[in-house]
Structure formats: structure tokens, C-alpha cells
Design a binder for this molecule. Structure first.
Ligand code: SF4
Ligand code: SF4
Length: 291
């Protein structure tokens, strides 16, 4: 059979399956058998700072300077991802607190256009929801953007918001902290952890993160700069700790890299996870670094 005929058959099957099969089933097939161009999830910061500043925040946002990420840079990152990954299961918009960004609505249409089938979800602490106008909610509905509220012990009526979103036809979830506890980061400043063990017990290794043309296996690596700067530390991020999207264009290569520990894992705890009662950060080093 000629190669061109084979390509036509593959495209025909792909088009038919895209139209006939429900997306959830396509998503399942892609995850299980993969066309080699599927990424389970990716997240990005819309802002680096936050209006809540929780102790132990794993994005280190209480230590970050106020920074509103450039919408055009984010769109450029997603165009680069699209060259590599046909489809991404879930795209999380967060920070910091993403609702602090005055141009949040400007990212939604291009994201939806680049990844029409992805579940796109804004992760918020909910504090600024009652400051949003009608245009905000109608844009979420128009582009099928979901909202996930993390349920902190603060005065936000999360359940009331779930009902309101339901009435507006917008998907919404809320995620409860485990009995108001925050996970301690317990980073090892000397890099003496067993990186294989740290990776195998890690709950963040699927929280892939994109920023400035680089794709990271997890959240702490791109954001460690905030901790380094604030306390004048030197947690090193080497060139093997991320993927340069201008150089690596193979989805299977990237997915293979994500299955193994990276150098940075030597800083993450290889001990049993510890928790602290929820509180606002005092910006003390032991909120992130092991004594
Ligand atoms: S609300 Fe979320 S992003 Fe903000 S400080 Fe708390 S954990 Fe970090
Ligand atoms: S550096 Fe490794 S162990 Fe640490 S959060 Fe990332 S994947 Fe997990």
C-alpha cells in the first residue's frame, strides 16, 4: 500500500472517531493506548503572587514579588505545546491567585482555540469571585471554562458558589483541604534525599508546568526561584530539570522523561509526609525547608 493511501486511511479513522466517540472515551483511549501526542495535564501561572499567602504553599507564592504574567507569552507557550501534543487532558490556570490578573479573560479564547477538547479549569481560592462582573461569567460559559475552588478555612461561601455556577451553566468544583491541613514541603537544602524514593512517593510528578518556553515535570522546580530569592538560597535548577520546547519536539520523548526522577528530586523529601494546621504564612524558612 502506498504511504499516501495509508495516511488518508489514518486521517479518515481519526476524523470519524473524533466525531463519533464521546470525548471522555477518546480521552480514555488516548491515555491508555496513546497516539503518542497526549499530555495528561499542564498548569501555568497567570500571576505569581496571591491574596491569601498560605504557609507551606508549594508554589512559594507568599515569597513572590507581585507579577502579572504576560498573556502573549502564555499563548506562545501553548502554541509550542500544540506542535508537540495533539491533545492535553486538563489545563489548569492558576498562580498565585489567577483572579488577580486584570486580563484573565484575554487568555480564555486563545486557549480554547488551541486546545478545543481540553478541560480548562481556573483554580481559585474564591476570595475575588464576588468581585467578578457578568462578562467574566458569560466568558467562562462561552468557552466552557470550569472553576475549581480550593476550600480554605476562610469566609467564602464555597457551597453557595457551586450552586450559583450550576445555575449559570458553568462547571464548578470545590476541593477541601484535608481537615484544614497543609502539607509541609520539608525541602532538603543539601540535596541529600534519595531522589528515586522522593520521586516514587511524590504526589506532584503529574503537575506538569509550562513557563517561558520550558515544560517542567512539576510545580516546585519553576517556582523555586521565589524561595531562592527571598532567603538567598541556592536550590539549583539544571538543564536536565526541564524540557526546552524550542529544542525537544517529541511527545514520546517528553513523556519518557516525565516517568523518571530528575536531578531536582534530590531536594524533595524522601520521608513520610508531614502536615501542619492551616495558617497564613509568616514567611519563615522552615515553612518550606527542613530544619
Ligand atoms: S491560596 Fe493557593 S496559591 Fe495562594 S498562597 Fe494559598 S496555596 Fe498558595
Ligand atoms: S522534583 Fe521530583 S520529587 Fe520533587 S516535586 Fe518534582 S517530581 Fe516530585
Amino acid at each position: 500500500m502506498k504511504l499516501s493511501t495509508l495516511v488518508k486511511i489514518i486521517n479518515f479513522v481519526k476524523n470519524v472517531s473524533d466525531k463519533v466517540l464521546p470525548y471522555s472515551f477518546q480521552d480514555f483511549l488516548l491515555r491508555k493506548y496513546g497516539r503518542g501526542t497526549y499530555l495528561s495535564q499542564v498548569e501555568f501561572h497567570l500571576v505569581d503572587h496571591c491574596n491569601l499567602n498560605c504557609a507551606h504553599c508549594n508554589h512559594f507564592t507568599p515569597l513572590a514579588d507581585e507579577n502579572f504574567c504576560k498573556i502573549d507569552d502564555i499563548i506562545s507557550d501553548f502554541k509550542k505545546l500544540k506542535v508537540i501534543f495533539d491533545n492535553i487532558g486538563k489545563i489548569f490556570i492558576l498562580g498565585g491567585e489567577p483572579l488577580l490578573h486584570p486580563e484573565i479573560l484575554r487568555i480564555l479564547e486563545p486557549l480554547r482555540e488551541i486546545y478545543p477538547k481540553s478541560e480548562i479549569i481556573i483554580i481559585t481560592n474564591g476570595i475575588l469571585l464576588n468581585k467578578q462582573n457578568d462578562e467574566f461569567f458569560s466568558t467562562l460559559k462561552k468557552y466552557n471554562i470550569a472553576v475549581s475552588m480550593t476550600h480554605y478555612p476562610i469566609k467564602v461561601d464555597y457551597e453557595g458558589w457551586i450552586k450559583r455556577f450550576e445555575e449559570m451553566g458553568i462547571k464548578a468544583y470545590y476541593f477541601s483541604l484535608d481537615r484544614n491541613k497543609m502539607k509541609k514541603q520539608n525541602l532538603d537544602i543539601n540535596g541529600k534525599s534519595d531522589k528515586n524514593k522522593a520521586f516514587s512517593m511524590c504526589h506532584e510528578k503529574n503537575c506538569h508546568f509550562v513557563r517561558d518556553g520550558k515544560l517542567y515535570v512539576c510545580t516546585p522546580v519553576p517556582n523555586i526561584c521565589f524561595l531562592n530569592k527571598y532567603f538567598n538560597l541556592n536550590f539549583k535548577v539544571g538543564k536536565n530539570d526541564y524540557i526546552d520546547l524550542n529544542k525537544v519536539k517529541s511527545a514520546s520523548k517528553i513523556n519518557a522523561i516525565f516517568k523518571k526522577p530528575i536531578d531536582f528530586c534530590k531536594y524533595c523529601t524522601d520521608k513520610e509526609i508531614e502536615f501542619d494546621t492551616y495558617r497564613v504564612s509568616r514567611k519563615e524558612i522552615n515553612e518550606w525547608v527542613k530544619n
